[in-house]
Design a protein around this ligand. Structure first.
Ligand SMILES: Nc1ncnc2c1ncn2[C@@H]1O[C@H](COP(=O)(O)OP(=O)(O)O)[C@@H](O)[C@H]1O
Ligand SMILES: Nc1ccn([C@@H]2O[C@H](COP(=O)(O)O)[C@@H](O)[C@H]2O)c(=O)n1
Length: 210
């Protein structure tokens, strides 16, 4: 099993375009391992649905950092992991895990990717995607209603009560941990430069430090 040549972290607010950037900057790379932070929400099987609905999912305490750290160490050492799966419609992990092998490039992406110091230390490059809040909430409403089984009222009330304040308190401050801040999400110039760089490292022509 190969040891990854490059480990990238992508942080930024909900709907900023993190997943899109992860996909675009690695397009054409043979083996990419995506580690979505969303899969590392704590296991809430012990709680009834009504209590799971009340959890603040934008606070760092909502995540299983220990498992994420262990899995990143394993991938960086060239070992396989059993990644949890997350079901947003029930606010919980599923009973399934996915066997994930380390790729040439590993990408960790999620709102709080740059929050944890031990996780940051495992990243060769740290990106923060900066997109205006109005654009992000519009994207979020669309996505949560269409893909995550939510209704408009619920999305708006969650946004105002937890998503926005937690963004300001915990997500936005991690910008200062980033090596690069990408404005307006997947803009062509940033994606083009990053993509070139990723291909350079994977081909062995460039070092992993950006
Ligand atoms: N640069 C962009 N221009 C237009 N739409 C975008 C752009 N980046 C992302 N999107 C769309 O916005 C939504 C959220 O993007 P996504 O990458 O999933 O965000 P995140 O992972 O940060 O939550 C998706 O529907 C995606 O297609
Ligand atoms: N049960 C859950 C778990 C998480 N969320 C929201 O997901 C957002 C993070 O995912 P992105 O793809 O948007 O980065 C986060 O803002 C949580 O509020 C949720 O709604 N329900």
């Amino acid at each position: 099993m190969p040891v990854p040549s490059l480990v990238i972290g992508i942080a930024g607010g909900t709907g900023a375009g993190k997943t899109t950037i992860a996909r675009e900057i690695t397009s054409g790379v043979d083996s990419v391992t995506l580690v979505p932070l969303d899969n590392y929400y704590e296991d809430r099987s012990g709680l009834p649905m009504a209590e799971r609905e009340e959890i603040n999912y934008d606070h760092p305490a909502a995540f299983d950092w220990e498992l994420l750290r262990d899995h990143l160490v394993a991938l960086c050492e060239g070992r396989v992991i059993e990644m949890p799966e997350y079901d947003f419609s029930v606010h919980n992990r599923t009973d399934e895990t996915t066997r994930v092998e380390p790729g040439e490039v590993v990408i960790v992406e999620g709102i709080l990717t740059l929050h944890d110091a031990a996780v940051r230390d495992m990243l060769d490059v740290k990106l923060y995607v900066e997109t205006d809040a109005d654009v992000r909430i519009i994207r979020r409403i669309r996505r949560d209603v269409v893909e995550r089984g939510r209704d408009l009222e619920g999305v708006v009330s969650q946004y105002l009560s937890t998503v926005k304040p937690m963004h300001e308190q915990f997500v936005a401050p991690t910008k200062r941990e980033a090596d690069l801040i990408i404005p307006e999400g997947a803009n062509d110039t940033a994606v083009g430069l990053l993509r070139e760089r990723v291909h350079g490292v994977v081909s062995g022509e460039e070092r992993p430090e950006f």
